[in-house]
Structures are given as C-alpha cells and as structure tokens.
Design a protein around this ligand. Sequence first.
Ligand code: ADP
Ligand code: ASP
Ligand code: MG
Length: 416
Amino acid sequence: MSLIVQKFGGTSVGDIGRIELVAKKVAACRAEGDDVVVVVSAMSGETNRLMALAHEIQERPLPRELDVLLSTGEQVTTALLSMALNQQGVKAKSYTGSQVRILTDNAHTKARIREIDSDRLIEDLKEGYVIVVAGFQGVDGNGNITTLGRGGSDTTAVALAAALKADECQIYTDVDGVYTTDPRVVDGARRLSKITFEEMLEMASMGSKVLQIRAVEFAGKYNVPLRVLHSFKDGPGTLISMEDNSAMETPTIAGIAFNRDEAKLTIEGAPDVPGVAYQILGPIGEANIEVDVIVQNISHENTVDFTFTVGRGDLARAEEVLNQIANEINAGKVTSDSKIAKVSVVGVGMRSHAGVASQMFAALGEVGINILMITTSEIKISVIVEEKFLELAVRALHSSFGLEKEPKDENVREEE
Ligand code: ADP
Ligand code: ASP
Ligand code: MG
C-alpha cells in the first residue's frame, strides 16, 4: 500500500462534470488500496475572476484582503470534490489550508510554507478517509489567511507529499507531461519521460509554467518523486527526479523555455567609475524590483551604457527610480522597451558538451533574429530577443537541437 498525493489543476476541476471525473479517478486509486491525499486548485478562471472583482474596487487592495478573497476559489472545489467522492461511496473530508495548519510566513500573496501539521491528516488516513486539501493557501502565525503565489497549488501538493513522506506526488493537468517546450507554441514539442529536478527548476524559472518554481525547489530539496500527468488520459507522464547516472548518454538539451514577462531599461552615459553598478542597481533593489539580465557596455569616453531587465509589471516603477538615479549621477538618458522576450535552452548535458552557445546563436542568426542580450548559467543559456520573434526563435532552436526526434539511446529519456 502506498501513500499518493494527487493534485488537480484548474481546468481539471473546471466544472461539475470534471469534478465527478476526478472523483472517479481518485476512487480508482483508493480502490487499489492506496491512501490518497488530494490537492485541488480553484475552478479554471476563478482566481482571475476574483482578482478582477477586487480591482473593480481598488487598484491596489491590501494583500491581506486579497488573500482572504483569492483563497475562496480553492475552498469551493475541495467541498465539491469531497461531495462527489462521498456520492461515489468513498469516505472523504475537505480541509482548507488553515484547518490543516499549513503554516506560512506572513508575506501575503507570495507566502512561503514553513511547516505542515500532519497529525490530523494521518488520523483521517488511518480511518480510511480520502483527504481533500485546498491548494495555494496557508495561514500565518497570527491566524491570517495567506496564499502562495499564482500556480501555488503545485507547491501545496509537494509540501504535503514531503510532510507525509508520500511515495509519489502526482500533478494532474491539461497536458500529458512536461514537454521539450510549451506544446501550445511548438507543434513538434515532445513529451519527456524523465527530467531532472535541476533541469525542471531552470525550465520553470525561465518561464515554463507547467509547474510552480517553488514546487520544484521543494521536490528537489526533500527528494519527493514528482510526476506530471494528464487528468483524463492514461499514460506514464513525466517523472521529475534526481539525475540518472545510469543513462549512457544524456541529451545535451532537455528543453526550451520562454518568458514574455520582461522589459528592458537602459541608462546611457553613466560615469565609468568603481561602484557605479551598485549606484544604479542598489536603489532598484531597495524598491523591491527584481533584476534579471544585466549588460554593461565597454567604456567609451569614460562613460558606460548600462542595460538590465525587470518584470513587465515593475517597468513603470523601475523607470521612475532610474530617472532619479540618472539625475543624481549625472548620466544621460533613460530608455525602456517592454516588447522583448527571453528564450532559454536548458540541459544538464551542457556541462559536458561544448558548443551549445554557438549552435544557439547560429540557429537564431539563420532565421534573421538579432540577439539583444545574453546570459548563461551552468545548465542554461538565455537570450533576450524582440518579442515579435519569440515563437520563431523557439521553433528554430527546437529544430536545431533536434528536440522533435526521439533520442538515439532509448534508455536515456524515453520509456522507463
Ligand atoms: P494547471 O491549471 O493544471 O495547474 P497550468 O496551466 O498551470 O495547469 O500548466 C499546464 C500548462 O503549462 C499547459 O497547458 C502548457 O500550455 C503549459 N506549458 C508551458 N511549458 C510547458 C512544457 N514545457 N511542458 C508542458 N506544458 C507546458
Ligand atoms: N488558483 C491559483 C491560481 O490560479 C493557484 C493554482 O491554481 O495553483 O494561480
Ligand atoms: Mg499550474
């Protein structure tokens, strides 16, 4: 007998018919004798709907109030799924995050889980209940409802799996696994049967929102075997786990991620003196704006141009801060561009293969795409390009790295 945590995303619980199908799936797992803890998201579109209601009243509602509102979406689906299970003759109980006591910090709308009190759940499991827990929410030390950031139900599921030492955490969604790139963008995208935590973390961080970044971090940290599967189609899905050293050869590139949510800012003619990077980026950090890619041009006439990217939502604020800095340090003009995108190739195989960067640049050059900025890490190369070239760039790279094709060695990433 195993303990399985199953998470169902928004589209999988999008209406009553689907909730009944999910109940059937959970019941089948239970019938095989496994203990099951289910985590559900809000019905698809519900979190956006709630957010829009809040914004009808206030441009910037207090995050504490937003959390009280947004957490209701998941409470609805837990109750409905429990009812559907009971209706199918399966004993089930629903819980909100605070009832379980998923304790988080107090960073409303982006809280981090600190601790999960699993005693009550263990008692219920012993009594034969299926437990249905609301994803995306917790409670802080003072009893305030918190939420874990968009897509946070994935993190609830992984954290519960870690706390309960589950045998597997299954993330059921509207695709049948993790693909070489978003299958909505590239027709030839291929399902991976395996990917390492490290690669998945880079993919998620670089924009593949199939899993929330924190969920992958958590799964890696606590070594929770994680599998992404289709809610309503049978199949092996994608297993995300530690690096498999038994594979004879790992493909160089696992996948391609992309992100439209970036904007770039340039400050021209900043004095080329020690400490100038800090003078520019210090106040940006103090304004709580995260900086991603940074480029400093070679000095000419004792000045430098300094370019960096931020999330699009932070652009207006960053521009304000940067104009102020430009004044203070006697720099030239500040310009910005929000029509950019980041494309990244990711793979642990990069560690042992040279030439990935040149292949990437060649593939983009061949289709006439100009690279605006470049940044690398050990297992990732990212480029910033004009947004209008995003899809062309992803397709060109997908094809150049041969990702549509099955790997030569069947043991590598294909069928386990
Ligand atoms: P859920 O509501 O179930 O949490 P999400 O919308 O958060 O589902 O995640 C599933 C979506 O992630 C897919 O529909 C797909 O378009 C997108 N996606 C982006 N990158 C990838 C990828 N590399 N592999 C699979 N899906 C991806
Ligand atoms: N309902 C939340 C969202 O839409 C959390 C989730 O679905 O994981 O972001
Ligand atoms: Mg999701």
